[in-house]
Design a protein around this ligand. Structure first.
Ligand SMILES: *Cc1c(COP(=O)(O)O)cnc(C)c1O
Length: 419
């Protein structure tokens, strides 16, 4: 027998000196992270290796909705860490049962499947939709309809359902039976949804696709067509869920109820967890052995998520998100008023807001993001033409004012830099 030589891991590896340059040496180049390496956070404040402070209006892409190092979450996770980490799905546990109860009490759903990410929640939703239709239709009902410019994750199935060709390039052959239609276009939906469609999936607000909210008429129209055609309506609330739009889930604000809802991102405030929510009748199709994942419903993740829900799912908390969202909207509008040559429009819901680049600054959202970062404010983009802000839902009026000042100061210089 031959063996391959290897270096053992010394104790010094635990404190090895690392910098941004280390990234390029050891991580595959699928990301291009910022130059600073952040080491600590508290609320919306974060600090890098050099002790420089930044105001975080990204919340890890709508994930850390209660900010960094939230005391109740730290305490709950620490307590659970001393009790029980993991069991496998051969055993259930108290935190996951409590979390399942809390989620079904708070939503239309009667059954939950737990997993570890948004992509996995969507993967479960799409597989379930296929399986649910399969028996009834003798395999004739399998087509999935999704919106152009949508985002549903990066597994091969979910990335194929997402309507962004640049993300599937080079990965063929792709899963089939998926069609894409323009978002917010009910006529196109009506034309595309035939008897062979098992599910229609949309984000109530397209996040990665440019912070574009659906109209109420669109979601209601999709609901009606799905009812008529016997297709399941899936809402991907991975980004809009858990309070982000000022409702626990965006569907509750719209008043249109899906058959399946997927949630992740903010559910664990940074501790990986995802979930697929559905009715008892539909969920029953995921019978024993039909689907699974090692970590799904892990006690550590479930404990954190349960505490997240207990904080966010309160009328007063959600009302404050809507109020802060209006203030954020006013800030973005003031940027358009002050710099109409740079910014042309704003859209979004709650604390998920987009700011569109005007024609003279087309394709330059990333440049504006970088300029804000240099001035101490972390923000997001949603494509080359949209600046995106998604601060923690606990953001104060003072922090909104502080972000406003940095964005205005940054824009004043940026406006001189027309290419
Ligand atoms: C982020 C996101 C996903 C993917 O979630 P992961 O946890 O990265 O797999 C899916 N859908 C939407 C709408 C998202 O914003």
């Amino acid at each position: 027998m031959t063996t391959v030589s290897h270096a053992s891991t010394p104790a010094s590896a635990l404190n090895a000196p690392v910098t941004r340059a280390t990234f390029d040496e050891v991580i595959v180049p699928s990301y291009a992270p910022a130059q600073m390496v952040l080491v600590r956070g508290a609320g919306l404040d974060v600090w890098d290796q050099n002790g420089r402070q930044f105001l975080d209006f990204t919340s890890g892409i709508a994930v850390n909705s209660l900010g960094h190092a939230h005391p109740q979450l730290v305490a709950a996770l620490t307590e659970q860490a001393g009790k029980l980490w993991h069991l496998s799905n051969a055993y259930t546990n108290e935190p996951v049962l409590r979390l399942g109860k809390a989620l079904t009490d708070a939503t239309f759903a009667e059954r939950v499947f737990f997993c570890n990410s948004g992509a996995e929640a969507n993967e479960a939703a799409f597989k379930l939709a296929r399986k649910y239709a399969h028996k009834k239709s003798e395999g004739k009902k399998f087509r999935i309809i999704a919106a152009l410019n949508s985002f549903h994750g990066r597994t091969l199935f979910t990335v194929s359902v997402g309507g962004q060709p640049k993300y599937t390039e080079g990965f063929a052959p792709l899963p089939g039976g998926i069609d894409h239609i323009p978002y917010n276009d009910l006529e196109a939906a009506r034309a595309a949804i035939g008897d062979d469609v098992c599910a229609v999936v949309v984000e109530p607000v397209q996040g990665e696709g440019g912070v574009l909210p659906a109209t109420k008429e669109y979601l209601q129209g999709l609901r009606d067509i799905c009812n008529e055609k016997g297709a399941l309506l899936i809402f991907d609330e991975v980004q809009t869920g858990v309070g982000r739009t000022g409702h626990l889930y965006a569907y509750q604000g719209y008043g249109v109820t899906p058959d399946i809802l997927t949630t992740a991102k903010a559910l664990g405030n940074g501790f990986p967890i995802g979930a697929m929510l559905t009715t008892a009748a539909i969920g029953a199709e995921l019978n024993i052995g039909s689907h699974g994942t090692t970590y799904g419903g892990n006690p550590l993740a479930a404990t954190v998520a349960l505490n997240v829900l207990a904080i966010i799912n309160q009328d007063s908390f959600l009302a404050r998100v809507r109020e802060a969202g209006e203030k954020m909207h006013a800030v973005l509008q003031s940027l358009i008023d002050a710099f109409p040559q740079v910014f042309s429009a704003t859209r979004g819901a709650g604390l998920l807001r987009g700011l569109l680049m005007a024609p003279d600054f087309k394709g330059r959202s990333k440049d504006f993001q970088k300029a804000c970062e240099a001035n101490g404010l972390m923000i997001l983009i949603a494509g080359p033409d949209v600046v995106r802000v998604a601060p923690a839902l606990t953001v104060s009026d003072e922090q909104i004012a502080q972000a406003s000042k940095i964005m205005h100061d940054t824009a004043a210089v940026f406006a001189q830099d027309k290419k």
